[in-house]
Design a protein around this ligand. Structure first.
Ligand SMILES: O=C[C@H](O)COP(=O)(O)O
Length: 249
């Protein structure tokens, strides 16, 4: 699975039900041949039904986490191979809600990432600072540390997408200035270019309170190739506004 350069990824988090699957029908009829990639990451229970529904459309399906092992005694966990078998092409890893709620470390995220790539998934890896870290002036150091700690060597633009998600902007309606987004995206681009032969071609997403109303401004920022969208991905009407802005960018 090759990551499209422009990508709108919807993270449903722990939301959605069988009824929500019709969002795929709305998106695929609105975008039979979209000018960007579209990925929906529902809760794991909905992956098989959603991927069945998305078959033959431009919409891809992703998961929100995976275990680092292929199988074994890990009650409640799901391996990357299982997610791929269920129909996922992508997996989000290292989201701040996983790092916060489950205490995931960079080392654990890195192990999951290697397992996901082995299973043929494209990884959307999340990095971003807390408000305390931003106020303390350590944003770039924090992001640099997460990138080096969470991302192993040997990856390509085909299997790695990086999402910058300032923790304080997630679900809060607060959005960094375009200068703040640009500063971090420039850092991520230069780190990816330094480490990977095709780092210049890697897809870099911004995430945190992206809405149709602010998408155009965010997509105009250098090195922003799309968005990882939470709340506004839950309704096709809201998500299509963001996709439209990305297509036009
Ligand atoms: O994964 C998505 C992000 O956490 C952003 O969520 P949000 O768009 O609801 O702020």
């Amino acid at each position: 699975m090759t990551a499209p350069k422009k990508l709108a990824a919807g993270n449903w988090k722990m939301n959605g039900s069988q009824e929500a699957l019709s969002e795929v029908d709305q998106l695929s009829s609105a975008y039979p041949a979209p000018g960007c990639g579209i990925v929906i990451c529902p809760p794991a229970t909905l992956i098989p039904a959603l991927s069945e529904r998305a078959r033959g459309t431009a919409i891809k399906v992703g998961a929100q986490d995976c275990h680092a092992e292929v199988s074994g005694a890990h009650t409640g966990d799901i391996s990357a191979k299982m997610l791929a078998e269920a129909g996922a092409d992508f997996v989000i890893l290292g989201h701040s809600e996983r790092r916060g709620d489950h205490g995931e470390t960079d080392d654990q995220v890195r192990a999951k990432l290697m397992a996901a790539v082995d299973a043929g998934l494209t990884v959307i890896i999340c990095v971003g600072e807390t408000l305390e870290q931003r106020d303390g002036g350590s944003t770039l150091d924090v992001v640099r540390g997460q990138l080096s700690g969470s991302i192993p060597d040997g990856l390509t633009a085909a299997n790695l997408v990086v999402a910058y998600e300032p923790v304080w902007a997630i679900g809060t309606g607060k959005v960094p200035t375009t200068e703040q987004i640009a500063e971090v995206h420039d850092l991520i681009r230069s780190e990816m270019t330094r480490r990977f032969a095709d780092g210049a071609a890697m897809t870099l997403l911004y995430g945190g309170s992206v809405k149709a109303a602010n998408a155009e401004e965010i997509f105009a920022v250098a090195n922003v190739d799309g968005a990882l969208v939470g709340g506004a991905s839950l309704r096709a009407d809201d998500f299509t506004g963001i996709i439209r802005a990305l297509e036009a960018s």
